[in-house]
Each structure stands twice: as structure tokens, then as C-alpha cells.
Design a protein around this ligand. Structure first.
Ligand SMILES: *Cc1c(COP(=O)(O)O)cnc(C)c1O
Length: 423
């Protein structure tokens, strides 16, 4: 029996329409920007394996560091115990985060990093004796698949089965071009309420919502409005962090500094699952109390797993190198050029670019949504040309590992030109 056949017998894949699912590709090896299947086909991983990979697959430096750590200490409970990798990682993350960030709380994925942020904000107010429980979030947002993450996200096909059970959130439009005034008005109205706990957002790019982008100036104004009204601001940098947008964090584009940061995905260079939530000293202090009910009772078995922290420290070693910075700039310049080339194309409704992310919103006959059947056509088109993409409905995007070369980018470009002519 082939792996695909054995897979079908025992595996339930994520986000997969069970009736229409095609046979999964059996990947046997990763090598830099490439994924290689059991038949020896080599594909460019143009979506960084769900936006997590930074330095390429099977990167030897990171692999060696995980190996070293595994022989030293593979896991220890993180309550009452600590270890060097976690402490070093927290110190290094804080160096990259704005100076208002003081403490790092580890978990094990993006959803949990958001869950932790929401619970921190809610309990901060509860510990202070305030009845502030309402969260403001952006329409069309995505923050993970746990109940907290779903609650703050857009209500759509992802959450439909659970909508009645999700807690109520105030959704305001993302401040995209033409909607700026609407966003600010609705934010100001929401902030007038006396039960507002926090404002949570994906900074500058709404990833799963279709790589929707908005201007740093708008984010600056929104955070400033929240600060004025003493509303906690939470930046979900799970997708945008670690260089994706051309700066270390997307919020580095703005002068106002959020109170809480959620990090995951690229944090380990795409090697190990790890989540981190950082906060200000001020928030942390609301949990220091003689009253035990003020304790933050949250944790996961694998919180701050040493192997994951070792991978993250190794990834940071690479990320902090001039060479990596130059690669990111090279990709960014290339994508800027691709945007100029394709944005006027008759089949392109909108073209968006920031850093290592390029998105093309395509014209289709069908309604534009995540379930748009063009998704399969696009995926097939690129797959036949040995490129892996994972469009979001009619939004085609590239978010490659930073080690992608100029020649590979040229291949993405020429294939995209062919695609647009074929539509
Ligand atoms: C992917 C994502 C999450 C969820 O992360 P998981 O590791 O998949 O749970 C949360 N927020 C944003 C912005 C994301 O892109």
C-alpha cells in the first residue's frame, strides 16, 4: 500500500473537504526552498508551508541545534523549573520587541498565543476589579481555531458550525483604502463604552482574510485612540512577525506601541511548534497579588519546550545576520517590481505587497470568497509547474522562505504571467 492509501485509512487532514479531497502529495524530503515528493518531483514551497518556514527546509544549522538540545534536555515542566533556551529566547525576543514589552509567556502555537493574550487582558481587568470584558476586533480577521481565537475572528465559513457558542465581540472594519473614516468612527464609538477590555488586530496584513493590507498610519491612529481610552492593544503578529513584512515586526512600521504581542509561525524558523505572548510590566503587575485567584492559571504541557526554544534561538541567529536581512530586501524589491508588472492586468482586481508577501486578487465569475472554485484551478496550475501555492479563494499570494533565489523568483513571475494569460 502506498503512503497515500495508508493515509486515507487513518488520517483526518485539517481544513480538508473530505468528499472532494484529492490524494495528498507524499513529501519525502525538504531542501531549502524545495519540497520533494516520493516520485522525485521538486516543488518550490511558495507558501513557506503555511507561512512558517523562514530559512528553508531542513536547514542544517537549526537541525543541529535541535539535535544538540535533544541530547541535553528535551523537555521539562515550565512551572517551578526553567532552562537556558527559554530564558535566552525571551531575552532575545524582548530585544526585538518595543521597549514597553517586559515579560514573555510561552505556549505552543498561534491560536494559544492569542488565547493567552485574550485571557491576560480579561483577567487584568478582573484583577483590578473592573467589569471590562468586551473585545474589539477587525472584521475579516483570523486569529486561530480555538474558541477564543474563533470568537475574535470574522464569522464565516470557518466558524459557522460554532457561531452560537462564540463570545460576542465588537467587529469594526479594517482600515483599508476608502474605509479609513468608517473604521475610525466605529472605533471611537466602541471605545466610548465602559466595558471595553481590549482591541485585537493583525497589524498591517490580514493574512487568512485574503492578505488584505492597510496603512501603518491608520494603525498608529487606532492604537493612539485606544491608549487615550485606556484600552489594551493586542498585536497578533503570528503571521507578520520575524521579518515577513520587511521589518522584524509589522508594528515596527508604527510609532505607537501595542501592550501585548502574539507570536508563533516563523518564531522557530518553521521547525517546531511554539507560541509566545509578550506583555508590558504594567499588565504583569496586575497578577502579582496575595489573592491566589489573581493568578494566571494557564499553561500547556509543552509550554516553552526546550527543543522548540532551541530552534527559535537558532532561527534568530540566522535572522539577525546581515545576509538574511539582505535576502528579505531582495525579495521585497522583486515583489515590488512584480506588483508594478501585474497590477494593471485585466484579470487582476487588486495587487498588494509588503516585504516578502505579494498578493494578487483575481477577477472571477464566481463570488469572491474563500470557497471560490478558482482556488483549485490556481493550485493545479502552479503544481503542474512545480510550484506550491495555497490561494485564499481568488487571492493568489506568494510568501516564500527567505532563502529563495532570484532565479526562483523569476520562475514565480513567469508562471504568474502565464497564468494570467490563461484565465
Ligand atoms: C495562523 C494564524 C494564527 C493561528 O496560528 P496556529 O499556529 O495555526 O494556531 C493566529 N493568528 C494569525 C494572524 C495567524 O495567521
Amino acid at each position: 500500500m502506498s503512503i497515500a492509501e495508508r493515509d486515507k485509512k487513518v488520517i483526518w487532514h485539517p481544513f480538508t473537504h473530505l468528499k472532494q479531497a484529492k490524494e495528498p502529495i507524499h513529501i519525502v524530503k525538504g531542501e531549502g526552498v524545495y519540497l520533494i515528493d516520493d516520485k522525485g518531483n521538486k516543488y518550490i514551497d511558495a507558501f513557506s508551508s503555511w507561512w512558517v518556514n523562514l530559512h528553508g527546509h531542513a536547514n542544517k544549522y537549526i537541525a543541529d541545534k535541535i539535535h544538540e538540545q535533544a541530547l541535553q534536555l528535551e523537555q521539562v515542566a515550565f512551572s517551578n523549573f526553567t532552562h537556558t533556551q527559554a530564558v535566552t529566547l525571551a531575552e532575545r525576543l524582548l530585544k526585538h520587541l518595543p521597549p514597553n514589552q517586559a515579560k514573555v509567556f510561552f505556549s505552543d502555537n498561534g491560536s494559544t498565543s492569542v488565547e493567552v493574550a485574550i485571557k491576560m487582558a480579561l483577567q487584568y481587568h478582573r484583577n483590578k476589579g473592573d467589569k471590562k470584558t468586551k473585545i474589539i476586533a477587525l472584521e475579516n480577521g483570523y486569529h486561530g481555531d480555538t474558541f477564543g481565537g474563533m470568537s475574535v475572528a470574522a464569522r464565516n465559513v470557518f466558524t459557522e458550525a460554532f457561531n452560537p457558542l462564540l463570545f460576542e465581540v465588537i467587529h469594526i472594519p479594517a482600515p483599508t483604502k476608502g474605509r479609513e473614516d468608517q473604521t475610525l468612527t466605529q472605533l471611537e464609538i466602541a471605545l466610548e463604552r465602559d466595558d471595553i477590555c481590549a482591541f485585537l488586530f493583525e497589524p498591517l496584513v490580514q493574512g487568512a482574510g485574503g492578505m488584505v493590507m492597510y496603512e501603518p498610519a491608520m494603525l498608529d491612529i487606532m492604537i493612539a485612540l485606544c491608549k487615550k481610552m485606556k484600552c489594551i492593544t493586542i498585536a497578533d503578529e503570528v503571521m507578520t512577525g520575524f521579518g515577513r513584512t520587511g521589518k522584524f515586526f509589522a508594528t515596527n512600521y508604527v510609532t505607537q506601541k501595542p501592550d501585548i504581542f502574539c507570536m508563533s509561525k516563523g518564531i522557530t524558523g518553521g521547525f517546531m511548534p511554539l507560541g509566545a505572548t509578550s506583555c508590558t510590566q504594567h499588565i504583569y503587575e496586575a497578577f502579582i497579588s496575595d489573592d491566589k485567584s489573581n493568578t494566571f492559571y494557564h499553561g500547556h504541557s509543552y509550554t516553552a519546550n526546550p527543543l522548540a526554544c532551541a530552534a527559535a534561538n537558532a532561527s534568530l541567529d540566522l535572522l539577525e545576520k546581515e545576509e538574511c536581512h539582505n535576502h528579505v530586501q531582495m525579495i521585497s524589491a522583486y515583489f515590488a517590481q512584480m506588483k508594478t508588472r501585474f497590477e494593471k492586468h485585466a484579470k487582476v482586481i487588486d495587487c498588494r505587497h509588503i516585504g516578502t508577501i505579494l498578493a494578487l486578487e483575481l477577477k472571477t465569475d464566481e463570488a469572491t470568497s474563500y470557497l471560490n472554485p478558482i482556488t483549485e484551478r490556481l493550485t493545479e496550475f502552479y503544481l503542474k509547474r512545480n510550484i506550491i501555492v495555497r490561494p485564499l479563494g481568488n487571492v493568489l499570494y506568494f510568501i516564500p522562505p527567505y532563502c529563495i533565489t532570484n532565479i526562483e523568483l523569476m520562475l514565480l513571475e513567469s508562471t504568474t504571467a502565464d497564468l494570467l494569460e490563461s484565465l
